[in-house]
Design a protein around this ligand. Sequence first.
Ligand SMILES: C[S@@+](CC[C@H](N)C(=O)[O-])C[C@H]1O[C@@H](n2cnc3c(N)ncnc32)[C@H](O)[C@@H]1O
Length: 296
Amino acid sequence: MDILAIGSYINSIEENKTLYEERNFDKRAEAIDFIEFHIIDQLQNTNYPHELLLLKDKAEKIKAELEAIDLNLFKRLQEEIRVGKYTGKGFKAMINEYVDIDLNDTQHQQEAGYDNLDVFINGLITLQSIPEQTKELEPEMVYYQKTPARVVFEMAERIPFTQDGVFFDLGSGLGQVAILVYLLTGVTVKGVEFEPAFCNYASDCAVKLNLPQVEFINTDARYADYSQGTIFFMFTPFKGEIMQEVLVALQEESLKRKIKIITYGPCTAEVALQSWLNSVNLKDNNMYKLTVFTSC
Ligand SMILES: C[S@@+](CC[C@H](N)C(=O)[O-])C[C@H]1O[C@@H](n2cnc3c(N)ncnc32)[C@H](O)[C@@H]1O
């Protein structure tokens, strides 16, 4: 982009008053993204002409103003979540006021893709800077990567969650899946996470949003207590022997009551080999599509 194009883009953002209206989160997210990657990042060289550096300063100021609107919005919504204003359909409807939730997008994805819904959910339920990993993972344990928020919304829509059931996220990372499932369904949720720093962070997020029905347990999933679990979610947290040990523990639970295992990502293929599980929607072979297994 040349100086004229950058200048006219910045002016158009500054003059576009709709971007400064709280409800236009989607448009604001696109503008912030553009300013960050196509203007500020491109103008890092301090030897650029003075005019360009002035434009960069202006872009940074506008970006900060737009981000401040989002911060205020999240603060207000967090307070409303704290007092129980949004659960279930009310929570989804509230999100839909700010971000377009078109769940059809998840059907054809070939990888874990993120979008504005993730940006919104990050701002809403993650409350402080992300902690570093403190424990070394064993070779069969998989590093943290979050499930796209859109996939969690799809799961909440497709699976009949009953209020007497308990949802487990195995390898719950920073807690987003568990917190979202609770907010979208009202069901009791538990996250099991090997990394203590992630587990503490997730617990802090739940406490700050005043969600006592959301619990995070810091343990290896092989040794967790699943005696209350009815629905178990896995976004490929581990593989090989560890996966087999966890599946044996879940099979034992399935002898006492029917359970569901929902998978996302490459672990679907390993779970699909279990003869004690029936599955739906395995035919199209897309691992980045939710697969639901039910115990026989
Ligand atoms: C791919 S991430 C999924 C995170 C989260 N479930 C989500 O979807 O956003 C896998 C997580 O599993 C955790 N993990 C790996 N092995 C584990 C084990 N044996 N027990 C519990 N957690 C484990 C990792 O620390 C990591 O946070």
